[in-house]
Design a protein around this ligand. Structure first.
Ligand code: SAM
Length: 286
């Protein structure tokens, strides 16, 4: 549908369908005409490949994806938007809308059933209340996605894409770097949305690694140690790991020494390989 992003068209559609925004579903719809084409271009989808969208809303980004992709699968939780999407996506024969919760649906099965072997990427303006959960689910399940291009709040973008060892790092940053190569593509001001959120946003892209780095230790234990280190942000990593995992401080300090990590280090200062060495020192290598 042409001109869908225009405030007038959006208000008209919302009015005709009696739609009201749900804050709890993170419904901030894009009304800046420059953003969706830019997102759709940068996600890398083309006439041979498929794309999954989470939360199509009124379908502004969906239309742009449908113009470029062989197939689009859009997952929307709010069933009130289904008749709206029927209208706005009417002209496209390559879009399938699935009514469901992205955190609960079997995404691997959907990819197999809907895309049958095509290259697939994900592109979405994510509902902010589940940003990290969605990203972690997509990565941890090792879904066959080439890349993940998503709009998130600016602070989340900075955390997710922070270089390891920098101040903005969190446990989620370590996971993102393990499974992918992240980058911030561009900033989007809060005025680009209706209703306008309190903070600006950014579009980030995660290039999913086909092969994750060899840690030399058990992956689950590795993430347990990373989460433990970040649990006490104001503490040294030794204290935080010791308290969170319930291991005596002397044993943790010995593991830090064995891994060659300075005892005064804080969680955000460590690299993935240092966490791996620490995990191996605490629990044994592979
Ligand atoms: N893509 C539209 C746009 O850019 O204007 C809407 C984006 S809005 C930030 C987030 C969308 O995600 C809403 O349509 C909301 O209903 C939907 N949503 C919220 N929680 C969801 C969930 N758990 N699973 C799927 N969709 C969800």
């Amino acid at each position: 549908m042409d001109g869908l992003w225009k405030i007038g068209s959006i208000k008209d559609i919302l009015g005709r369908h009696g739609f009201t925004f749900s804050k709890s579903l993170g419904q901030n719809f894009l009304v800046n005409p420059a953003v969706c084409p830019r997102m759709a271009d940068s996600c890398g989808v083309d006439a041979q490949s498929g794309v999954i969208e989470v939360g199509p809303g009124l379908g502004v980004l969906t239309c742009e994806l449908a113009r470029r992709a062989r197939k689009v699968v859009a997952i929307e939780l709010d069933e009130r938007l289904l008749p709206v999407l029927d209208e706005t996506l009417d002209e496209f024969g390559n879009v399938r809308v699935i009514n469901g919760d992205v955190l609960k649906l079997d995404l691997r099965q959907i990819i197999a059933d809907e895309f049958g072997g095509m290259d697939v990427c994900l592109c979405a303006n994510l509902p902010y209340y589940i940003t990290s959960q969605v990203i972690m689910r997509l990565l941890e399940e090792r879904l066959p996605l080439r890349s993940i291009t998503v709009m998130v709040q600016k602070e989340a973008a900075q955390r997710l894409c922070a270089p390891m060892g920098s101040r903005d790092c969190g446990a989620v940053t370590a996971a993102v770097h393990y499974y992918s190569e992240p980058e911030i593509l561009f900033k989007v001001s809060k005025g680009s949305f209706m209703p306008a959120p309190k903070v600006d946003s950014a579009v980030i892209q995660l290039h999913v690694r086909q092969q994750t780095p060899d840690l030399g230790c058990d992956e689950r234990q590795f993430f347990k140690v990373v989460r433990a280190a970040f649990a006490g942000r104001r503490k040294t990593a030794i204290n935080s790991v010791s308290m969170s995992l319930g291991i005596e401080k002397e044993r943790v300090a010995a593991a830090f020494a064995a891994a060659g990590i300075a005892p005064t280090s804080r969680a955000e200062q460590l690299q993935l390989q240092q966490y791996a060495a620490l995990t191996a020192a605490l629990y044994g290598g592979k």
